[in-house]
Every structure is written in structure tokens, then in C-alpha cells.
Design a binder for this molecule. Sequence first.
Ligand SMILES: NC(=O)c1ccc[n+]([C@@H]2O[C@H](COP(=O)([O-])OP(=O)(O)OC[C@H]3O[C@@H](n4cnc5c(N)ncnc54)[C@H](O)[C@@H]3O)[C@@H](O)[C@H]2O)c1
Length: 274
Amino acid sequence: MGAIAGTLEGKVALVVGGGADGPPRPGETVAMGNGRSIAARLGAAGASVAVTDIALERAQETVDVIGAGLAIRADAGIEADCRGAVEQTLAAFGRIDIVVANVAVPGRMPLRSQTMEDFERAMRVNVTGHWITAQAALPSMLEQGSGTFVFVGSAAGIQSPGRSLAYEVSKAGQLALMRHIAVRYGARGIRSNALVLGVIDSTMVRRGFGVDPVAEAARGSVSPMRRQGTTDEVGDAALFLASDASSYVNGQSLMLDGGTSIAWPAPSAPAPAP
Ligand SMILES: NC(=O)c1ccc[n+]([C@@H]2O[C@H](COP(=O)([O-])OP(=O)(O)OC[C@H]3O[C@@H](n4cnc5c(N)ncnc54)[C@H](O)[C@@H]3O)[C@@H](O)[C@H]2O)c1
């Protein structure tokens, strides 16, 4: 952490869905998800961090990991909550420099069984909530002439695992939102990029796909690097996109997948469910 100390001194970050909800790794006292790891990295780099979560205690747990910050209860699927989170961040810290759009609900249904309710929930949380948050944060960023958005994307927004229609469509939509901001507001000092995650050993994946050794080994076999990514690696990449180290990077999807997306044939992709 030493090398990053001070990188974000004086900056304020809002991490949307920055708690963690899933089984910890063996030996972990606090379960580490992507959002929590990103929030911790930004905090370690000197940023003041506001963390939202649908469950206040999960946001607070992240603030406790950082050692300071603001925990906000907000449902990313509710417009008033998204706008309220931005207002609370501005009230507490006076500015917003970084917005991390982390939260996403996975969805579970292929086309044949896809329901409206599941589809609309995924779109509301994974796309609508993030554009509302961006819209609310933008005026203060435009006024100060700077700001960065980091979207936590998924390879499922670029390639199809054939599992969840709602998740795949919403994660593709999230990348369109990321590019729109980059193009529309780039000339005014606003940057917008995405981390596109492959298989990361995170709370979301452990919760969704299990923690038994067979499942773990299968996940580890997908990438040419023959291991899952770590939440530390997600945190480091997010810090890069959030900081001035990436000052001319705009509108990009940074693949964090160990090379899975460029391998042909895929090393050992598990078959989609029938
Ligand atoms: N782990 C992977 O391999 C992988 C792969 C691709 C993409 N991703 C992306 O990573 C992100 C999530 O990762 P994580 O490990 O932080 O997940 P996580 O499931 O631990 O979720 C983080 C937090 O989001 C909160 N949350 C759920 N619904 C919410 C809502 N409506 N409003 C506000 N908060 C809500 C949960 O309470 C939880 O604390 C998603 O964008 C996902 O698409 C992960």
C-alpha cells in the first residue's frame, strides 16, 4: 500500500454498492468483494470515501476496513436513493471526484425462462441506477472541471456465457453508458472507463457459484493464467482508472480476465447450463 499513499489526497470517492455480501475466503475476517476492495484501495490512496449499500451494515463494514468514511444506505434500483447518496456525499465532503459504479445483480434466467420482473430489476440496478447517479454527480464535477467514473463491468457484457439474459444485456448497456459519458463530457475534464472482469474470486462469485474445491478448480481453469483473479487486483486496476495515472485513458474497457478473452480456443470453459 505504501506506493499508493497520497495518490488521491484531497479527492472524494463515491463507491456504489461498496459493501460485500458473500462467504469470506478461508482466513479472511471480513469478506472481500470487488466493491469493498476498490473502496479500501481508494481510501488507502488518501481519498475520502462514501460507500453505499442496500444494507447499511455492509457499507459500514467497508468504512471500518478503510478506517474512516461515510456509510450510506441506498438501493441502487431506486432513483431517490441514488440521488440522495450523491447529496449526502456532497454534504459530507463538499465535492465528488470519483464515482465507482460497482453494484450489479446477477439475474438467473436464459431467454426461454426470462421474466419481466427479473429483467427489469437487473436493468434498474445495473444500468438505470448508475446513469441516475452519474447525472446527479455530474454538475459538481463539471463545475470543478474534473471527475472520473469507473464502471465495474463484466465479460458477460462483451461475450455471452449463455446463462442470464438480463445480466448480459444490462452489463452491455453499462458499457454504453460508460462510453456516452466519456464522449459527451471528455472535453470538460470528465473521464469514464470500465473494468471488465473475468472470473474473480470475489464475494459475488463465491456466493453465486459455490466454494467447494471442485467449483473453485473449475473457475481457476478458465483463464490462460489458470487461476482466478483476486479482489486486490480489481482494487489496483480501479485505483489506476480513478487516479491521474490514467489521465489520458477515456472511454476504455480494461479487461481484467487473465487473458481469457484473447485465448482461442478457451482453455477450459465450463459449458453453459442446459
Ligand atoms: N467476481 C467476478 O468474477 C465478477 C465478474 C464479472 C463482473 N463482476 C462485477 O463485480 C461487481 C460486484 O462485485 P462484488 O464482489 O462487489 O459483489 P457483491 O455481491 O459482494 O456486492 C456488493 C454489494 O452490493 C450490495 N447490493 C446488492 N444490491 C444492491 C442494490 N440494489 N443497491 C445497493 N447495493 C446493493 C450488496 O449488499 C453487497 O454488499 C458487479 O458489477 C459484477 O457485475 C464480478
